[in-house]
Ligand binder design. Structure first.
Ligand code: ARG
Ligand code: ASP
Length: 712
């Protein structure tokens, strides 16, 4: 009997224990994976990777602007991240006279480095498991009582950690509240732009190549952290000096070998590995396809506008990129999830889970119904969740009319208070300035067409769900004609006229007479009363079920590789430098070279435009000593489990030297946000040797290369 039981355990556990590559590990817990990592070739110890008492690789890893990752690469605070992560800073320093987007920028010395108000760079000081303290004495409590107790414990821990330091502490739930960790950070506020390649390198391939392998993008930009005389964070000041890091990454100039160990260290944003089969099915069958369709409609309009004139191309470039980034990722996700039959995989895992729960009454009580409960909850609330997603696509990502209405509503609801405080004129000034910026990148005919198509689609998608009455009673076409003829929100001249006559009755006027504002207002009310309450209930109930479900995985399958879903905290993931074979009859090699840049350029697609210098250097094969066997590597792929937020993360070799900067995933791998498949899922890295080549040979910025420590 006992023997049989053991066999069952092993068989079931193996359906859970994914391949080594899956997972995003908490650095302070990496000791548990040290053996596995060393077996894959790593020559570092867990303490080299993360240590609180001594400097470690952790100290070179930076959360950049809160959304991306960056790494320190010199003793003088030199920081590397992606080009797309520094893009808004690069853009804000660019003008027609100094077109850094088009030609790149390199500070010749430190005094030429450019300041970036608002940009932050944070270092993790320590990560502490505070579960026991946070959950102390909460056994048996529920609802508000439990919540208040937890919040009080968190507040005290945070206060204790911050008092007497210049650090900030934050406590986050992991594993849906089974664990709590405190993350103590040191945040630098003087982060200057040192250099960037031109868009034709940093954004090479544009949207055509986004989420795609083979890739040839030099997606990097260079910053520097400045600190005060005591090496501590400080707001920008001329007297600040380059920050001296506790650790910076040496750079590997060594030959790369397919199969070698790679590790990515950074701040991944969100993954959802524990969704139940019913939930994933809903997302795959209904939610994602509808969102994709909404974006297909707006992109069809935007793309046509952008093709019709240079002015519109420039106006809509960054909006288009934003909408298309998600759209393209989702299509890749659905393709991948269908190909591997993710639903069947989930069903098999759920069966194994339930079978295991049935082996012990105690487990059965705790875990026996949780999967059914999750699926039932999805069935009950999926229309609400769907209404939420559709509202995001329609009201936030859709026609810009709605964004203007939201802005106006915020402003006018403060009107009386602004008058009382004597701040009205200043606020009007601000509104005018922001409107000017908005209309500069807006085209009325384009927005009108987006409105018409998305309104039609939104109404269709919402089916029997309650709609704003204006949408129930009018065709999309009639509404478009009315709104874009009358509304002050959709036309710059009408808007300015309205602002010039602004008075205490303006809000009333908008609410009663402006069809654009009226529609937004109805839609917003509909959203707040018919969607939001259900979505809140749904999310909090689901969070509770996920907590139970995950606890069951821990308890019943102790030998599987468990990892907490990404939540924008610091993580490590490891794998190999390797290609993939994502489709029958098709093999992706693990690296690309500069030759591919020229081949793509020859296709004539403007996303592959180059400046003449690239063609000259490529023709001359002027690779310096950055090549390997006569080839200049540009990008390579690896089986490291990454997601949004990992952009800019260092990809490290077995000794902790920098191989390159992570910046994307192949299309076939974007499913890894839900399910990692070690045969398909590959992260894309720009090789640091190409980065150095661009600095040195292409840009004449060898002094930046000289600041780094090169390992040969
Ligand atoms: N796919 C990359 C990641 O999600 C973004 C790359 C930026 N480039 C672009 N063409 N949008 O963020
Ligand atoms: N491009 C993403 C980022 O910006 C990375 C990814 O989703 O793979 O973080």
């Amino acid at each position: 009997m006992k023997r049989i039981f053991l066999v069952v355990v092993i068989a079931v556990a193996s359906t859970f224990s994914s391949k080594a590559e899956e997972g995003m590990l908490i650095p302070s817990l990496v000791k548990a994976f040290e053996n596995d990592m060393q077996a894959m070739g790593m020559r570092l110890s867990a303490e080299d990777i993360y240590d609180v008492n001594n400097s470690s690789i952790k100290d070179a890893i930076i959360h950049f602007g809160g959304g991306c990752t960056a790494e320190l690469v010199s003793s003088q605070g030199l920081l590397l991240t992606n080009h797309h992560c520094g893009y808004s800073q690069i853009q804000s320093h660019s003008s027609l006279e100094n077109d850094y987007l088009k030609y790149g920028f390199w500070a010749k010395n430190k005094s030429e480095e450019l300041t970036n108000p608002g940009l932050t760079a944070s270092r993790v000081v320590r990560i502490e498991d505070v579960t026991q303290t946070v959950l102390f004495d909460t056994e048996g409590l529920s609802g508000q009582e439990r919540y208040a107790k937890i919040q009080a414990a968190i507040q005290k821990l945070v206060n204790d950690a911050e008092t007497g330091t210049h650090y900030t502490a934050k406590i986050k739930a992991f594993n849906y509240g089974n664990d709590y960790y405190m993350i103590v950070k040191e945040t630098f506020k003087d982060v200057r732009l040192v250099g960037t390649p031109p868009n034709s390198i940093g954004k090479f391939g544009g949207d055509t190549d986004n989420w795609v392998w083979p890739r040839h993008t030099g997606d990097f930009s260079v910053f520097r952290i400045y600190a005060d005389q005591n090496n501590q964070p400080s707001e920008y000041s001329e007297s600040n000096i380059p920050y001296t890091p506790l650790h910076f990454l040496p750079v590997s100039m060594k030959k790369r070998t397919p199969g070698e160990f790679t590790m990515v260290y950074g701040f991944p944003g969100t993954t959802e590995q524990h969704l139940s089969s019913g939930n994933l099915k809903y997302i795959m069958d209904q939610e994602r396809p509808a969102r994709i369709k909404m974006r297909e409609k707006s992109l069809s309009v935007i793309d046509a506008s952008m093709r019709s004139s240079d002015l519109l191309r420039i106006k809509y470039a960054s909006k288009q990129a934003r909408i298309a980034n998600g759209w393209k990722k989702w299509i890749g996700q659905l393709g991948g999830l269908k190909t591997v039959d993710a639903i069947q995989i989930k069903l098999d895992r759920e069966k194994a889970y339930n079978t295991m729960a049935a082996t012990k009454p105690e487990w059965n009580d705790k875990y026996g119904s949780v999967i059914n409960d999750m699926n039932a909850l999805v069935a009950k609330y999926k229309q609400a969740d769907f209404g939420y997603s559709m509202a995001i696509e329609y009201l936030s990502v859709g026609p810009e009319l709605f964004g203007r209405a939201r802005e106006m509503n915020k402003f006018l609801s403060n009107y009386t208070a602004l008058v009382e405080r004597g701040e009205l004129d200043a606020e009007i000034e601000k509104q005018l300035k922001s409107a000017k910026g908005f209309f500069k990148n807006y085209d009325e005919a384009t927005d009108k067409r987006i409105f018409e198509l998305l309104t039609e689609e939104y109404v269709k998608q919402m089916g029997d769900a309650p709609l704003p009455s204006m949408l129930e009673n009018n065709s999309a076409e009639d509404l478009a004609n009315l709104i874009y003829k009358k509304s002050i929100l959709t036309n710059e001249a009408r808007f300015m006229k309205f602002m010039n006559k602004l008075g205490s009755k303006s809000a009333k006027f908008l609410a009663k007479k402006d069809p654009g504002f009226m529609l937004w207002s109805e839609a917003n009310t509909n959203f707040m009363s018919n969607v939001i309450p259900d979505v809140r209930t749904y999310r909090s109930l689901m969070e509770g079920l996920l907590k139970t479900y995950v606890a069951g995985k821990f308890e019943m399958f102790p030998d599987a590789k468990h990892w907490p879903d990404a939540n924008s905290t610091m993580r490590i993931t490891y794998g190999k430098l390797e290609g993939s074979a994502p489709h029958d009859g098709m093999q992706y090699t693990e690296h690309t070279t500069i030759d591919g840049i020229i081949t793509k350029n020859n296709s004539g697609n403007p996303d592959y435009d180059l400046l003449p210098r690239m063609k000259e250097l490529a023709a001359a094969k002027d690779y310096g000593d950055y090549a390997q066997d006569g080839e200049l590597w540009v990008c390579f792929t690896g089986s490291n489990h990454t997601t949004g937020g990992n952009s800019g993360s260092p990809v490290l070799d077995a000794d902790g030297n920098l191989l390159g900067l992570n910046f994307d995933r192949s299309w076939e791998s974007t499913m890894s946000d839900f399910m990692f498949d070690s045969d398909r899922c590959r992260n894309i890295t720009v090789d640091i040797r190409y980065v150095l080549w661009v600095m040195d040979r292409y840009s004449g910025a060898k002094h930046i290369v000289d600041e780094m420590t090169l390992i040969r």
